[in-house]
Design a binder for this molecule. Structure first.
Ligand SMILES: *Cc1c(COP(=O)(O)O)cnc(C)c1O
Length: 420
């Protein structure tokens, strides 16, 4: 660096042009710490990088790619949706594909009406608005939204206010008001859920990002009883745990309850961006034209693809396989946790999960294990600093699960010292 003052604006672009493409800083804003591989293809449960290397994918694009990669039926549905007509018509007119998908969701759930949007956070923001709209019909101050310790509901202002991650929240204060986070116990909720001021309680039946915590069905039933008694809308966020991942189409089925509002997104449209809010007849009855909107939500292209995906994810054989895999993983992962050295420094401290959504508490930083697993050809996620998260496609085979667990076992029992 000799002539710092000369032509300072020219040095940077010239230097970049001389770099190889893969050495250039990405033009994408770095809101994610990206892994140093570029994925170029996929087949079944395998992802393939741009050098041709295969990885067993236990991430599913963070619970999105429930049917894995290259699924012939999904590809055919996408092609048919392209051929069927415009990808988008405005919500001022609507489309048959959107009507069909909404009707399917109503026929297969507690809901009477469906609102389509484009992501999970957007679905939760919509659910909050619908709950408040309804709450106001019961009382002028019935507006508060309550979320639980360990929750993740998204990164927008109200969904972030309902997300229990200090690091995600602190830089962006002030967050949306009227949203609070409380402990996950009935005694606290009995105090907090005041009928005159609380419009809604939002709950993930299985907390995903926050560490994979399967809420007890009995606890969910108690929540349902208290919220019903106090006329607080129960919003279930099944964006990660819904649509087959726990072995039932909706996770709430495991507890034998029904919510007032339900949000879904991640796997809904086979990798295309789509979210939805499902509403009970009572809540839907409080919402009027003009109350909420979104330009893209439920367009014919995504809706037609989603209609195919939900049919596949509701297949009893697929759901039975997810439950079987879940029972197998429960015992395999428990064995990981029980094995190992002395109890003081065991590599695995605990496992939690259901169906094909599992968390493994590890002694080391989870991100170190994610890196070692990737180097061995297995992609896994974290859920917090010391929890690994496994989210294979719902079409995963037992043989693939066995291979993945074997890699995980090897990687976990490896010495942590880096080779010199
Ligand atoms: C991913 C997720 C969201 C947010 O979804 P986006 O599409 O990323 O906005 C909300 N809630 C839960 C439970 C999630 O897992």
């Amino acid at each position: 660096m000799t002539s710092g003052l000369a032509l300072p604006t020219l040095t940077l672009p010239v230097a970049h042009a001389a770099m190889r493409a893969d050495e250039r800083p990405s033009a994408i804003l770095q809101t994610y710490a990206r892994a140093p591989i570029t994925l170029a293809g996929g087949e079944g449960t395998d992802l393939i990088d741009d050098t041709g290397r295969r990885y067993l994918d236990f991430t599913s694009g963070i619970a999105v790619n429930a049917l894995g990669y290259g699924d012939a039926g999904l590809l055919a549905a996408m092609h048919a949706a392209v051929d069927a007509g415009p990808a988008h018509v405005s919500n001022l007119f609507g489309s048959q594909a959107g009507e069909d998908l909404a009707q399917w969701l109503v026929d297969h759930s507690f809901a009477a009406r469906v609102f389509f949007c484009n992501s999970g956070a957007e679905a939760n923001e919509g659910a909050f608005k619908f709950a408040r709209r309804w709450g106001r019909t019961l009382g002028p101050a019935k507006t508060e939204i309550v979320a639980l310790r360990g929750a993740f509901h998204g990164r927008l202002f109200a969904s972030l206010a309902a997300t229990d991650r200090p690091a995600y929240r602190a830089p962006f204060r002030p967050l949306a008001g009227g949203v609070s986070i409380v402990e996950r116990d009935i005694a606290t909720l009995e105090t907090v859920l005041a009928p005159d001021t609380v419009a809604a309680l939002i709950v993930e039946p299985v907390q995903g990002e926050g560490g994979v915590r399967v809420l007890d069905p009995g606890f969910l039933r108690e929540l349902r009883a208290i919220t019903a008694e106090r006329r607080v809308a129960l919003i279930l966020d099944e964006i990660q745990c819904g649509l087959g991942r726990t072995g039932t189409l909706f996770a709430y089925e495991r507890a034998g309850i029904e919510p007032d509002l339900l949000t879904i997104a991640k796997p809904l449209a086979g990798g295309l961006p789509m979210g939805a809010v499902l509403l009970s007849a009572e809540i839907a009855g409080a919402v009027e034209p003009g109350d909420h909107g979104t330009t893209f939500g439920g367009g014919p292209f995504v809706a037609a693809v989603a209609r195919y995906v939900v049919e596949r994810l509701a297949d009893p054989a697929l759901l039975a396989a997810v439950r079987d895999h879940g029972a197998w993983l429960a015992s395999e992962l428990a064995a990981l946790s029980a094995g190992g050295e002395g109890s003081g420094d065991r590599a695995v401290r605990g496992v939690r999960g259901v169906g094909l959504l599992w968390g493994v508490d590890v002694r080391e930083p989870a991100s170190d294990i994610v890196t070692r697993a990737r180097e061995r050809g297995l992609l896994v996620l974290t859920a917090g600093t010391h929890t690994l998260r496994l989210l294979p496609p719902l079409t995963v085979t037992r043989e693939e699960l066995e291979r993945g667990v074997t890699i995980l076992r090897d990687v976990l029992s490896m010495k942590t010292e880096k080779p010199s």
